[in-house]
Design a protein around this ligand. Structure first.
Ligand code: PXL
Length: 274
């Protein structure tokens, strides 16, 4: 029997390489897992029009075909979702994941890209609540996404985050991680973890670098790979916070619009450069 740990990302391609499946596959590799991608959408950014985003969905049938391929191997140790274009694609994913109740499933409910404040597609919020939240081993909304998923609207404080986490947990997600990130006022980047019993806060100093692009994807991918490698979900979340903090610190300016994290930062901090 193979000892390789297979990790699956069901997400979009960020054509600039910082977020989406690129972030996930690079992170999976850093964790020593065998990454597989099911592409759901292609996100492009226009250098001639203020980096405005274009989103091209992949047909739901093609998403289903990719999932069938991904699950036809020795078995997926953990799977995650990222950017999903519409309810049809969400339904196809939920139908497949429901067939694998023992596979840890991490939902990163991407609703907006950094720098954009328009919700990608309002029907996604409803479909995510109905189909993906109940299946989630871990769900990783940012403040905005947690406000939408809990119907509590804009969240401003740690108390607001706790209330939202309770609602999202009551809708079926086993562990809720709300990323306060840079949106929560104060000096620290605070994430709130709720497992239905205890609240845990993970705190890191906010990093001055504006190199956050892809941080959310990288964090969720690191949780996925950590669980695949045998960590408990809570330990995987703590490790992922360290991993993404060092990835942000190692990030760079891609152009005037965007600064991605560097997904190899954690390893390179511990390894002699080749
Ligand atoms: O960071 C959110 C995100 C997720 N997935 C894809 C993206 C982005 C933002 O640009 O392009 C594919």
């Amino acid at each position: 029997m193979s000892t390789h740990k297979l990790t699956l990302t069901i997400a979009g391609n960020d054509a600039s390489g910082g977020a989406g499946i690129a972030a996930d596959l690079k992170t999976f590799a850093e964790y020593g897992t065998f990454g597989i991608a099911t592409l759901t959408t292609i996100a492009t950014m226009d250098p001639d029009n203020s980096w405005s985003h274009g989103v091209t969905p992949i047909d739901a049938q093609v998403v289903q075909d990719q999932l069938n391929t991904a699950f036809a191997g020795p078995g997926i140790s953990a799977a995650k979702t990222g950017m999903l274009p519409n309810a049809s694609v969400i339904n196809v994913i939920a139908d497949k994941i429901e067939q694998y109740p023992d596979t840890p499933f991490i939902v990163d409910p991407v609703m907006v890209c950094k720098g954009e404040d328009e919700v990608l597609n309002p029907e996604n919020v409803q479909a995510t609540k109905k189909r993906l939240v109940p299946l989630a081993t871990v769900i990783t909304p940012n403040l905005f996404e947690a406000g939408q998923l809990s119907d509590l609207g804009t969240l401003h404080t740690l108390d607001d985050m706790k209330k939202a986490a309770e609602v999202i947990h009551s809708n079926g997600a086993k562990i809720v991680v709300i990323k306060g990130g840079k949106a929560l006022p104060g000096e620290d980047a605070i994430d709130l973890v709720y497992d239905g019993t205890d609240f845990l806060t993970l705190t890191a100093k906010k990093i001055a670098n504006p190199t956050h692009h892809g941080a959310g994807c990288t964090f969720a991918a690191a949780i996925t790979a950590g669980i695949a490698r045998g960590l408990s979900p809570i330990d995987a979340i703590k490790k992922a916070k360290e991993f993404v903090t060092e990835a942000i610190e190692a990030g760079f300016e891609y152009n005037q619009y965007v600064g991605p994290v560097f997904h190899s930062g954690y390893r390179l901090n511990r390894q002699e450069n080749i």
